[in-house]
Design a protein around this ligand. Structure first.
Ligand SMILES: *[C@@H]1O[C@H](CO)[C@@H](O)[C@H](O)[C@H]1NC(C)=O
Ligand SMILES: *[C@@H]1O[C@H](CO)[C@@H](O)[C@H](O)[C@H]1NC(C)=O
Ligand SMILES: [Mg+2]
Length: 244
């Protein structure tokens, strides 16, 4: 990047995590060669760093513990994830959520007023996506003058060691259909997600660069927010190339 005027104006980097820093797997994941050293060098150079992940089954504290075990020198404040992004949005709009999320994620909403809910926040609740819990969320939504459904992702399904699992998107669609509403999805590639990351980074869009392996969610999403973005050749990128 030496010599580029645009590179000199850069003050912060947003990094995707899965496929950029490590490859996820049943065993918890494997760091990508050179990535821990890259994080060290970015920090030593004085650039600000913010990780952008769509992890919705664990708090940022758990996520950071895992990354530190993999050798990454990162802190909770350096992670933007869908739950804190949702909190940002809830505060901005004075929304009080009813939560249907993974138990381990609940502490992320500790500071949020949850009395007399005027919206529903949906995350990957795994085995707690029961009829009773979904119907409770449905009744609350349909009873609202203007139903607001916020979803921490829109994945259809994902794979775990014991097989495929329905993801939050399938339940989001069920509530959308029943209540005839459109959910607001936080998390990549939503604009609000990148805005929240920039706010935490404290750097304006034109002085930040997003680095990711997903051309749509990472690169496209960031560019729509006025950032520049780079696609790495690890993670999804290398899988796609191998598949062709
Ligand atoms: C499901 O709900 C129960 C009762 O609140 C809780 O103990 C458990 O941890 C929850 N499981 C998940 C995956 O959220
Ligand atoms: C996270 O987002 C990527 C796109 O950036 C998507 O391919 C992946 O399935 C998502 N993972 C989860 C757990 O939602
Ligand atoms: Mg990725």
């Amino acid at each position: 990047m030496a010599g580029g005027g645009w590179a000199r104006a850069v003050r912060g980097l947003l990094l995707d995590v899965s496929g950029v820093l490590y490859d996820s797997g049943a065993d918890g994941g494997v760091p990508i060669a050179g990535s821990a050293e890259a994080v060290r060098r970015i920090k030593a150079s004085g650039l600000k760093l913010q990780l952008c992940t769509n992890e919705t089954q664990a708090t940022r504290a758990d996520f950071v513990r895992k990354l530190r075990n993999l050798g990454f020198d990162v802190s909770v404040a350096e992670v933007t994830a869908p739950a804190p992004a949702a909190c940002h949005l809830l505060r901005e709009r004075g929304l009080r959520p009813h939560l249907l999320v993974h138990h381990d994620l609940v502490p992320e909403f500790a500071e949020i007023d949850k009395t007399n809910p005027n919206c529903v926040v949906l995350g990957d609740a795994a085995e707690n996506f029961t009829y009773a819990n979904l119907n409770e969320a449905f009744r609350l939504l349909i009873g609202m003058e203007k139903p607001v459904l916020i979803s921490l992702g829109q994945g259809r399904y994902y794979k775990e060691t014991d097989g495929l699992k329905l993801d939050v998107g399938a339940y989001m669609k069920a509530l959308e259909y029943a209540c005839d509403v459109q959910a607001e999805v936080v998390g990549k590639p939503a604009k609000s997600f990148f805005e929240s990351a920039l706010a935490e980074l404290g750097v304006p869009a034109e002085q930040a660069i997003m680095i990711g392996d997903d051309i749509v969610s990472d690169v496209g999403g960031a560019q729509r927010c006025g950032m520049r973005a780079l696609q790495v050749r690890t993670g999804k990128y290398s899988l796609q190339v191998r598949a062709e």
